[in-house]
Structures are given as C-alpha cells and as structure tokens.
Design a protein around this ligand. Structure first.
Ligand SMILES: [Zn+2]
Ligand SMILES: [Zn+2]
Length: 265
C-alpha cells in the first residue's frame, strides 16, 4: 500500500506546493489528484514527509517571501505610513519621507508598512515573517498521470490507489480503479529501466482473482522480463517503451471493449 501511495505522490510531486516557516513548521497544499487517493489526508502528509526525509522528494526552486506575522499568509500589500501619526499622506524625498499631516521626517524603512490581505494585520519590516515557498520534485519517479488522462479521455474518472477487499478478507490496492461495463476495472503500472520482473504480474493476478475483478490491465514499461500472456480476454498485459505509449494502448483496448459506445459521440 505504501508503494502505491508513493507512486502517486511522486508522480504528481511537482504540483504539491510547500510552505515552510522559520520555526520548522511545514504546510503542504495537496492537489486535487492526491485527494482522490483512497488514503486519509494525515497519512498522505506523513508519506510526503517520509519521502522528503529519504531524499526521494526535494524542494524545487525554493524562494523566500514576506509573510504576515499573525496568520502566515504571504503576499501582503505595502504602503507608506507615518510612524508617528499613522497618516498615509506621505511624500518620499530621496531616502526619506515626510508626513504631510504632522510634518515628521523619517527613513523609508521606518515608514514602510504592510497589510495582510488575509487577516488585515498591519506590520512593519522589523516584525515581518519570512517563509520559504516552493514545490516538490521527485527524483527518478515515473509520471503515471498519462494513464489517468487516457482513462479520463473516455469520460471515466479513475480513483487512484483504491482499496478493494478480496474474498480472502485481504485489502488490495490498485493504482487505478474505474467503473466499466457496470463493474470495477483495475490498472497497475510498473516501470523499470530494462524489464519488469514477472513476479509483479503474478502478484497483480492474485490480487485480481481474490478481488473478483473481471477487467484488469497490467502495464509493464518497457516490458516483462519473461513474456507471459494471461490468456484471458479481459485481463491484459500492456507493454510499451513509455508510459504515454502504454496509456494509448490501454485507451485503444478500452475502446475495443466497448467503453466508448455510451460516451464518444
Ligand atoms: Zn505623521
Ligand atoms: Zn494575516
């Protein structure tokens, strides 16, 4: 199950926005796609943290930005305010400002004031908080998103890393589960440099049989290390040199199996 979550998290890591506070607090904005994972959000966040700790996910193009000291929201708007009387009628003269209300002269930094767009808090340069923003990047992780895109192009919405309880009582996770011909269809994706070990196909088939799944697709990129055909009409091994190529093949097979009859006009 962990592998399944990891696969999906890494697949769309670049869409996970990260907000890091100076006090080591980190927030993640998890995209919709990850929220369709059949996993509680807490566990998802733990997985993301685990993948970061192990170096599989790194922060890409981080940058620092000023944030509200009260609510942590970045992107406040700035203005000039008289540090003495609070007036915004300020004239800038070189590196100094002059208040048109009370006549005070002060340095620009003293008069620079920020207003939080979220909570309305006023703050100066001295008490602003600096946070780090960025998005995550997965190292060496294949992007299996094109499989979801291929299925969605037929008007079907697959669930990611979905759990199915088998006849044995065991809970099996599949990379994608979707409704087709009024029953659940499943897809697992394995990607290797040279060839996918056939033992993963065997594990897949035992999950499929135990779950009573009638339509099942095993994507092996670029191929299986031992060529095996399950020999059943609706249980197929799809081999292709890329995930995109395999996704196209899956789409063609689904169309041949009548998936498009109700959807494509
Ligand atoms: Zn003033
Ligand atoms: Zn705020």
């Amino acid at each position: 199950m962990e592998n399944c979550i990891e696969k999906h998290v890494q697949s769309i890591a670049a869409k996970i926005d990260v907000k890091m506070y100076p006090d080591n607090l980190t927030e993640f904005t998890v995209p919709y796609l990850l929220e369709t994972l059949d996993v509680p959000k807490e566990e998802l966040i733990n997985q993301i943290n685990g993948l970061r700790a192990s170096g599989n996910l790194i922060l890409k193009d981080p940058y620092q930005t000023m944030a509200c000291p009260s609510c942590g929201s970045p992107d406040p708007f700035s203005r000039m305010v008289c540090p003495k009387c609070g007036s915004v009628k300020i004239e800038i003269k070189g590196n100094n400002v002059e208040c048109k209300e009370c006549g005070l002269r002060a340095g620009i930094l003293e008069a620079l004031n920020f207003v939080c767009k979220t909570c309305g808090k006023n703050f100066g340069v001295g008490n602003a908080k600096w946070i780090t923003l960025g998005s995550l990047h997965a190292l060496n992780a294949p992007d299996i998103g094109s499989v979801a895109t291929a299925i969605k192009s037929l008007g079907i919405y697959p669930k990611r890393c979905h759990a199915v309880t088998g006849a044995s009582g065991m809970i099996h996770h599949f990379d994608f589960v979707f409704e087709h011909n009024e029953s659940a269809s499943v897809v697992d994706v394995e990607v290797e440099q040279d060839a996918v070990n056939v033992k993963y196909l065997m594990e897949f088939l035992s999950k499929v049989y135990d779950s009573g799944i009638k339509e099942a697709y095993f994507i092996a990129v670029p191929k299986l290390n031992v060529p095996i055909d399950p020999g059943k009409k609706n249980i197929k091994v799809i081999e292709a040199s890329s995930i995109e190529g395999a996704s196209d093949k899956l789409k063609q097979i689904l169309i041949e199996h009548g998936i498009s009859s109700k959807i494509v006009h």
